[in-house]
Design a protein around this ligand. Structure first.
Ligand SMILES: Nc1nc2c(ncn2[C@@H]2O[C@H](COP(=O)(O)OP(=O)(O)O)[C@@H](O)[C@H]2O)c(=O)[nH]1
Ligand SMILES: [Mg+2]
Length: 282
């Protein structure tokens, strides 16, 4: 019997061709998968949004390609940074702030970048259960992101996550951060409106000046106003604000008690008022 004789050269050539075809097929498959993911994100499907955020958290070529395809679909969204010391009530405030925003028919995204956040599992059980009440609402997407300590990486991943949420048609995106490290400061810079959460108690006057947050705050939130010392802090803050910028440019002050659900409607109004003011350039 005669077998066809293959030269080593043609062997190599057909081997190379097979490899190229396989590579091409793989990249086409990846492209198709990315397009499906993009379509699901644009449809606002929570699972796809979650998957995309994981992708950008991990970085790499896939994440870059995804972001390139998302960019043209970026929607206008109001990004609200919520910063303040751990335990000041940021997560509780965000949880309660979702209600008035939803009543206005706005879709809300939450990114929690705070190691002590209930979203990241660092909270007492009660807090986590409270947050879960939004899990059945398709108009709300809540996600935590790990502050992995890589310089600049966190801010980039958070920026990408904000873009993903905006593409999924979330109109307000709340970003919680402790606002201490450089990475967190960069995250806050993503925000259109910055809330600085303060609480009554020892050293509150120092809290404000020491952190140097006067410059970044658009709205001071005096949370835990149900606690002793709230009035004293309010007077101090008002005095400090009056010493600062002229009235029109001054950050506003909103008193809340997140656990009692007080002051949240006013806070939502103030956020929207501030963003409208910024849009018309004053
Ligand atoms: N008394 C009181 N406690 C609050 C208020 N807001 C939050 N807390 C409590 O403060 C603790 C820390 O809240 P959390 O939202 O986790 O703070 P975060 O670390 O800034 O996110 C929790 O036990 C909350 O129930 C408030 O307005 N009044
Ligand atoms: Mg928190």
């Amino acid at each position: 019997m005669n077998f066809p004789v293959m030269s080593p050269k043609s062997d190599i050539r057909s081997g190379c061709r097979a490899l190229l075809i396989r590579r091409k097929a793989k990249s086409m498959m990846e492209e198709m998968r990315r397009m499906t993911l993009l379509k699901e994100i644009l449809d606002g499907q929570a699972r796809a949004v979650g998957r995309a955020i994981s992708l950008v958290e991990n970085g790499g070529a896939g994440a870059r390609e995804l972001m390139r395809s998302i960019r043209p679909h970026r929607q206008e969204a109001l990004v609200v940074g919520v910063t303040g010391a751990p335990g000041s009530g940021k997560s509780t405030l965000i949880d309660r702030l979702i209600d008035p925003l939803r009543r206005k028919g706005m879709k809300v995204g939450v990114l929690a970048i705070d190691p002590s956040s209930p979203f990241t599992g660092g909270a007492v059980l009660g807090d986590r259960i409270r947050m879960m009440r939004h899990s059945t609402d398709p108009g709300v997407f809540i996600r935590s992101m790990a502050a992995r300590g890589h310089m600049g990486g966190l801010a980039k991943a958070a920026g990408d996550a904000v873009a993903i949420l905006a593409a999924s048609k979330k109109e307000v995106i709340l970003v919680e951060t402790v606002g201490v490290g450089q990475g967190e400061v960069e995250v806050i810079e993503l925000a259109d409106v910055v809330l600085v959460v303060l609480t009554p108690g020892a050293g509150d006057d120092i809290q404000v000046f020491k952190a140097g947050i006067m410059e970044i705050a658009d709205i001071f939130v005096l949370n835990k106003s149900d606690q002793p010392g709230a009035e004293k802090l309010e007077i101090q803050l008002k005095g400090m604000l009056e010493m600062g910028a002229e009235e029109a440019k001054r950050p506003s002050l909103v008193k809340t008690s997140a656990t009692e659900g007080k002051g949240l409607v006013r806070l939502a109004q103030e956020i929207l008022r501030f963003s409208a003011r910024r849009m018309v350039g004053c």
